[in-house]
Ligand binder design. Structure first.
Ligand SMILES: NC(=O)c1ccc[n+]([C@@H]2O[C@H](COP(=O)([O-])OP(=O)(O)OC[C@H]3O[C@@H](n4cnc5c(N)ncnc54)[C@H](O)[C@@H]3O)[C@@H](O)[C@H]2O)c1
Length: 319
């Protein structure tokens, strides 16, 4: 049985990845410090199933202070998903948290992996935010990387560190640029969770900007599959886009939400936030070719799954 280490295991994507790896017969060692960026009750719920599994163990500690050597010696796969997420909160004095959790911790992990003889793959969760504002489809090799937020700057810095440790020390890396991920367990600061919660509570939906901004929304199960495929593929040193393959505006998403919830919705448009980009759109031909990536989840199906999850766990989302 092979062992996978996952940082950020109590988070939205990390916990979903852990469950799938356990199903696929991996041993999973999860690391998470349960940062207070959002409710720790949500994170506890996220890993409830994993904690019941005999092949799962949790290290509840900050990676900044954790001695990684013992865990690394046991692991064939290292999935680095921990980060301080969120574009809007990355301005001002909070930036130091982004530097620590996104850049310094990544560098520390890469240093620890330099001499690992067991490691088959290090998968880094990068982000579409490294692209910033682009006028055309985002391509890994031809689009410039000019982040529009401090968060994006830290993800790009970490991605560059990953490339350096591949080139200089032969760490078998692969970086995945996830595009706006949604589905059950989506973080409470993200738009779909905020919208569904407001709909259930009969509150107005708050949209920053005019709602015409578009995103390449990607369903969490597709992201998890891509992440595992990237780990088990023969490719190293690559950077791959993981996008949903279909692009929608927030206004279109709200129309879908109306249909799903069968409610009339009121929208409160607020000023556009600094750091938000206008459009994202992923060229996924490289990931289709190299890791057999498929993004075939229908948006209405994915949204319905997320709605059901929030309804069932509503107390977690009430402040
Ligand atoms: N959700 C998205 O749409 C999206 C899009 C692009 C990229 N990403 C990337 O995917 C990854 C997972 O995102 P998510 O949405 O699941 O976020 P999340 O906040 O739900 O999960 C991240 C987890 O990392 C943990 N963590 C942070 N710093 C830590 C530290 N120093 N030590 C130990 N644990 C720490 C947090 O407690 C949290 O549980 C992140 O790297 C994020 O940048 C996410």
């Amino acid at each position: 049985m092979e062992t996978a280490l996952i940082t950020g295991v109590a988070g939205f994507i990390g916990s979903s990845l852990a469950e799938k790896l356990l199903k696929d017969n991996f041993k999973v060692i999860g690391i998470d410090s349960f940062t207070n960026y959002y409710s720790t009750r949500i994170k506890e719920k996220n890993i409830e199933n994993c904690l019941k599994h005999p092949n799962f163990s949790l290290i509840h500690q900050d990676l900044d202070t954790l001695d990684l050597s013992v865990s690394i010696e046991k692991a064939e796969y290292f999935f680095h998903l921990s980060a301080q997420p969120g574009v809007r909160a990355s301005w001002g004095k909070e930036f130091t948290t982004y530097v620590k959790n996104n850049i310094s911790v990544t560098q520390k992990i890469l240093e620890s992996l330099k001499n690992s003889t067991r490691l088959k793959k290090f998968v880094f969760a990068s982000s579409s935010s490294v692209y910033g504002n682009q006028s055309s489809i985002m391509n890994e090799d031809t689009s410039l990387t000019r982040p529009a937020s401090p968060y994006g700057v830290t993800k790009l810095a970490a991605e560059n560190l990953v490339n350096l440790y591949f080139k200089n020390y032969g760490v078998p890396t692969i970086s995945l640029r996830y595009f706006t991920v949604y589905g059950p367990r989506q973080r409470p600061d993200m738009a779909f969770t905020r919208f569904f919660h407001s709909i259930i509570k009969d509150n107005k939906l708050i949209i920053f900007g005019n709602g015409e901004q578009t995103r390449d929304f990607t369903y969490v199960d597709d992201v998890v599959k891509a992440t595992i495929n990237a780990a088990t593929s023969d490719h190293v040193g690559e950077i791959l886009n993981i996008g949903g393959g279909s692009v929608f505006s927030l206004i279109q998403i709200i129309e879908f939400m109306k249909e799903i919830t069968e409610k009339e919705l009121e929208i409160d448009f607020k000023t556009e936030q600094k750091g938000d980009v206008k459009h994202t759109s992923a060229d996924i031909s490289k990931s289709e070719k190299l890791i057999n990536y498929k993004s075939n989840t229908d948006i209405k199906y994915g949204l319905t799954q997320q709605y059901e999850y929030i309804k069932t766990n509503l107390n977690l989302y009430d402040n």
